[in-house]
Design a protein around this ligand. Structure first.
Ligand SMILES: [Zn+2]
Length: 221
């Protein structure tokens, strides 16, 4: 973003706080509430990834404080630790199928390999954003979209790697290798979150020092 296009400092800091909350713990979590009954906004960052189902939950507020409060009502909860909350989430469910065939050397090899990836992303939607905060909201929402797109990138890359692992295996080890490959993908998702932001899990907010990409913007002025 060009520097001249940045919002005022105090607004940016608030948006940064949103982002820190939003980028925390956001992968692979279930949503307990129903999605909003309005068509979701198109997300350009998801364009490289076919079939992504986008859902939104509606938040409201006329001021950034109210929006901040509304985001805290996010329906996204960690199924294992319900007190942990996120304001955006990406779910990736891989499935693979293959058949057995005996090759020229007499080995059993997987053939007709098919790997599918069911994807779902939940994002916050602010309806009728007041003019005073609309631009800041767009910056925030875009940053969340781009973060979730990072999870999709890792997931779709992982889908291809699962297919390759199956193709490289014999029948006996095919399932094991596919599962190990996807477990590695999940570790990469966690590392991606750790590199993007920086969780102070107890409070739900990242600490200043731990959130480099956003703090760098704040420190630059
Ligand atoms: Zn994340």
């Amino acid at each position: 973003m060009a520097k001249g296009a940045l919002p005022p400092v105090e607004r940016l800091e608030r948006i940064d706080r949103f982002a820190k909350l939003g980028l925390l713990l956001c992968a692979l979590w279930p949503v307990l509430a129903s999605p909003a009954a309005i068509p979701p906004l198109p997300v350009p960052a998801f364009a490289p990834y076919p079939g992504v189902r986008v859902e939104e939950y509606v938040i409201a507020g006329d001021t950034e404080d109210q929006i901040d409060q509304s985001l805290r009502g996010s329906p996204i909860r960690n199924q294992v630790v319900p007190s942990e909350q996120a304001i955006a989430a990406t779910w990736l469910e891989p499935e693979w199928h293959w058949s057995r065939a005996v090759d020229a050397q007499g080995r059993c090899k997987p053939v007709d390999i098919e790997v599918t990836l069911t994807t779902r992303v939940m994002l916050p939607r602010l309806l009728d954003a007041p003019a005073a905060i609309a631009a800041n909201w767009r910056v925030f929402r875009t940053s969340v979209e781009e973060h979730e797109a990072g999870h999709l990138r890792i997931g779709f890359d992982g889908k291809a790697r699962v297919a390759a692992a199956l193709a490289a295996s014999d029948c006996l080890l095919a399932e094991l290798n596919a599962r190990l490959t996807w477990h590695q993908v999940e570790r990469e998702q966690a590392a991606f979150d750790a590199s993007e932001c920086h969780a102070d899990i107890e409070t739900g907010y990242a600490t200043e020092a731990s959130c480099v990409p956003y703090d760098a913007a704040a420190r630059s002025r």
